[in-house]
Design a protein around this ligand. Structure first.
Ligand code: UDX
Ligand code: UDX
Length: 459
């Protein structure tokens, strides 16, 4: 089929390259002419594993192209995907201005039977509102608008597209449904579940799915705190809990609070929709607060660990991106944690395998280092903030030798505590006071609470 993609961000590029890989003819357009020029030269604006290779392959085959000219991009298309940004407004609801701008700009150019597909995450009712807007711009001539939410995790976006758990397509007309079914037939033939719903249901599915996943993460973060207080190990608890098929093992890794371009803004918009429609989402309202609290709580944990006059202390932060395998800094925990440490007077050195270029503009006064060991040089504590594979394989003895202090605060539970201990490091994980023989736990609040409750126990 002939497809146009509006918006060459990570979702637009991934969707375009994957659809081209399935055999469709895809034009990708972006209002940012520079972005298109760079793409034409093979220069991708984002880091996503495998995307460069897929783009090169599909371009070489002639099934993917980048078009700066909108008319050219839209000519003769069966489907036009809107993959533009949908950031949060101040009250949490979705800023639809880019979706509206894109809809207005494409409206006059659309063929009578082109289907417009909204892939950006939006609130319930948006597809219908955009259909009305497009019809108005076209002097009353209607256009079918569908909703086809993305479930693409950065870092594994291509496999999330090509081997998705399910494809959700929201359509309000039969012929638009048939067109989307043809588009996705190659994936459905591979056994991927295909869910056809109304546009409102598809929009709600996306928001509810992300809200639920975010709740699981918020939940396990608090279970980790409870494990610390009770003397348990959250890794063992999460594994056992997740083996219940009704729960599942994904999104049960404790961390420094979730970030990224989706979870934080999607839960804000979910809560805002609930308020707007008179169906309050109390659990999600609480989650929004607790996730921000989590980031601040861990900054405080670093300061407590440093103790004394923190203004003389240096901390090495390893990992800045909101998660591994991306250079995306949107709502990353580093953006809260590092400024809080700096505000307390701590000197911060940092390293990230991919995100330093983006982070430079967002985090002033950080000393940027070319390796984790350079970052650790002279540090009183090292904080592991992103779960990059290279940090899992750190030479801990080398790290310890470069540091002034010995604290390794592992906010992703990435490193083996026993290996850290053997290397002379003082290990602090999340929810793992099972390692209370380690010096790190002796003075910690959690370890103490556990000891007190054990002392008070009748056995
Ligand atoms: C976006 C949405 O923000 C998110 O809600 C959704 O779930 C996935 O798509 P992302 O791909 O990361 O996420 O967006 P972003 O990196 O902001 O890229 C959007 C692109 O659209 C930009 O390159 C921008 O220049 C372009 N754009 C914006 C247009 O081409 N036309 C417009 O009218 C507006
Ligand atoms: C998310 C959705 O998962 C995806 O379906 C799509 O809607 C886009 O948004 P993404 O933001 O790329 O994907 O990353 P994801 O892997 O879901 O992680 C989001 C955040 O949660 C990250 O900060 C990550 O570190 C954190 N996380 C994830 C945890 O802290 N623990 C976990 O167990 C999983």
């Amino acid at each position: 089929m002939k497809v146009a993609i509006i918006g060459a961000g990570y979702v637009g590029l991934t969707t375009g390259a994957c659809l081209a890989d399935l055999g469709h003819q895809v034009h990708v357009h972006d209002v940012d002419g520079q972005r298109i020029s760079r793409l034409c030269q093979g220069d991708l604006p984002i880091y996503e594993p495998g995307l460069r290779e897929l783009v090169n392959r599909t371009r070489a085959r002639g099934s993917l192209s980048f078009a700066g000219d909108l008319t050219l991009a839209l000519a003769d298309r069966d489907l036009v995907f809107l993959c533009v940004g949908t950031p949060s407004l101040a009250g949490g609801s979705v800023d639809l201005s880019q979706v509206q701008a894109a809809a207005r700009s494409i409206a006059p150019e659309l063929g009578a039977d082109t289907v417009v597909v909204i892939k950006s995450t939006v609130e319930a009712g948006t597809a219908r509102a955009i259909a009305t807007l497009i019809a108005k711009v076209r002097g009353g001539r209607p256009i079918a608008v569908a909703s086809n939410p993305e479930f693409l995790r950065e870092g594994s976006a291509i496999s999330d597209f090509l081997t998705a758990d399910r494809i959700v397509v929201g359509v309000d007309t039969k012929w638009a449904a048939a067109r989307l079914a043809t588009l996705y037939a190659p994936l459905v033939q591979r056994g991927i579940a295909y869910v056809e719903t109304s546009t409102v249901d598809a929009e709600l599915t996306k928001c509810a799915a992300n809200a639920f996943l975010a709740l699981k993460i918020g939940f396990i973060n608090e279970v980790a705190d409870l494990c610390e207080a009770a003397g348990g190990d959250v890794l063992s608890v999460a594994r056992a809990v997740g083996l219940d098929r009704r729960i599942g093992s994904e999104c049960l890794r404790p961390g420094p609070g979730f970030g990224g371009s989706c979870f934080p803004k999607d839960i804000r918009s979910f809560a805002a929709s609930g308020r707007r429609l008179g169906a309050p989402q109390g659990l999600i309202e609480t989650l929004i607060d607790r996730n921000e609290h989590r980031k601040r709580q861990l900054a405080q944990r670093v300061l407590d660990h440093l103790g004394g006059d923190v203004a003389r202390k240096t901390v090495a932060v390893l990992g800045l991106a909101f998660k591994a395998d991306t250079d995306d800094m949107r709502e990353a925990a580093a953006l809260t944690l590092i400024p809080l440490l700096q505000a307390a007077g701590v000197k911060v050195k940092a390293h990230d395998p991919q995100a330093m270029e983006r982070a430079r503009g967002l985090l002033p006064d950080v000393i940027w280092c070319s390796s984790p060991y350079d970052a650790a040089e002279g540090a009183d504590a090292t904080v592991l903030l992103t779960e990059w594979a290279v940090y899992r394989e750190l030479d801990l003895s080398r790290l310890a030798r470069r540091m002034r202090g010995k604290g390794l605060l592992d906010f992703r539970n990435l490193v083996d505590p026993v290996a850290a201990d053997r290397s002379g490091l003082t290990y602090v994980g999340l929810g793992r006071p099972g390692f209370s023989s380690h010096a790190a736990w002796r003075g910690e609040r959690g370890g103490q609470a556990a000891r007190q409750s054990l002392a008070a126990s009748p056995v």
